[in-house]
Design a binder for this molecule. Structure first.
Ligand SMILES: NC(=O)c1ccc[n+]([C@@H]2O[C@H](COP(=O)([O-])OP(=O)(O)OC[C@H]3O[C@@H](n4cnc5c(N)ncnc54)[C@H](O)[C@@H]3O)[C@@H](O)[C@H]2O)c1
Length: 271
């Protein structure tokens, strides 16, 4: 997707949870589209390394280490952004952390709490200080990261599902709070995206994940990034409070084989 015409030149975009995966891909996309990018994550060396590679590619980036669940750290982070750039136009709250999959009764409680803290408290605190900064610049756009797992239930992921469903509720309420103040707040809800997590899971899991989508393929990080940039751009100027699935059709419903409708025997299940 050509993002050069999305109007990010001279704008400042913050990505929370930027050190790797979808966050890093989105930060690179913002930089390629002409924005100055604030890279926020827990590890300073990781965000600094990404900032260096963005600068080497001709972009502008500021690296900030902060835990999204820490109120003081997030307040300080936004103060640093305002000190450095004097404005904030776009923000993508993307950080996640949590537990390994398990049925609810076996779910690790400490991991459950970490998932809620990073996703819900982290998105809440992020928005709180981003909104303050955007209000000073006359408006802005925020995109929060949910998942198809925040729309539909997913077995073994009750903690993650709760956290992502919480982000959807939080974002809709906040979108209403600021709809008449020039600040738009939307959500993206990806299906299975090929990041280092799915790469590490191996070919079998990747194939199953791909087959769980009507498009029968995994999503690419760049496809998520393109949607985030579009929602943050003026091209989406009348859109607030929406949840945009980026999921190859997963949340559209159930794909029924056409030969079943014609009364023919169903196709054998795909492996
Ligand atoms: N990969 C997928 O298939 C997929 C699908 C749907 C939704 N998502 C969501 O997309 C987002 C990114 O996923 P990913 O696969 O790139 O994951 P990832 O693990 O690569 O990225 C998570 C990022 O959050 C940062 N982070 C974690 N805890 C933090 C904290 N307390 N403070 C600051 N930063 C913190 C990590 O350092 C990392 O940069 C997540 O919110 C995830 O739930 C991913």
């Amino acid at each position: 997707m050509n993002t050069n015409n999305l109007g990010f030149a001279g704008k400042v975009a913050l990505v929370a949870g930027a050190s790797k995966g979808i966050g890093a891909a989105t930060a690179r996309a913002f930089a390629q589209a002409g924005a100055s990018v604030v890279l926020l994550s827990r590890s300073q060396p990781a965000v600094e390394a990404l900032a260096v590679s963005i600068r080497q590619a001709g972009g502008d980036a500021l690296a900030i280490a902060a835990d999204v669940g820490d109120e003081n750290a997030m307040k300080q982070a936004l103060a640093s952004v305002m000190q450095h750039y004097g404005r904030l136009d776009a923000a993508f709250n993307n950080a996640t952390d949590g537990t390994m999959p398990a049925p609810l009764a076996d779910l690790d409680i400490e991991g459950f709490d970490r998932g809620i803290r990073t996703n819900i408290r982290g998105t809440f605190l992020g928005m709180r200080y981003q909104i303050e900064a955007m209000a000073r610049a006359g408006g802005g756009a925020i995109v929060n990261m949910a998942s198809v797992a925040g729309i539909n239930g997913t077995s073994g992921l009750s903690g993650y599902v709760s956290a992502k469903a919480g982000i959807i509720g939080l974002s809709k309420a906040a979108a209403l709070d600021y709809a008449d103040q020039g600040i738009r707040i939307n959500v993206v809800a990806p299906g299975p995206i090929l990041t280092h997590h799915l790469e590490a899971a191996g070919a079998d899991i990747q194939r199953h994940a791909a087959l769980s989508t009507p498009m029968r393929r995994l999503g690419r990080m760049e496809e998520v990034a393109a949607s985030v940039l579009w929602l943050c751009s003026d091209a989406a100027s009348y859109i607030t409070g929406v949840v945009l699935p980026i999921d190859g059709g997963m949340t559209a419903g159930t794909k029924v084989p056409m030969n079943y409708r014609r009364g023919e025997p169903p196709r054998p299940a795909e492996p």
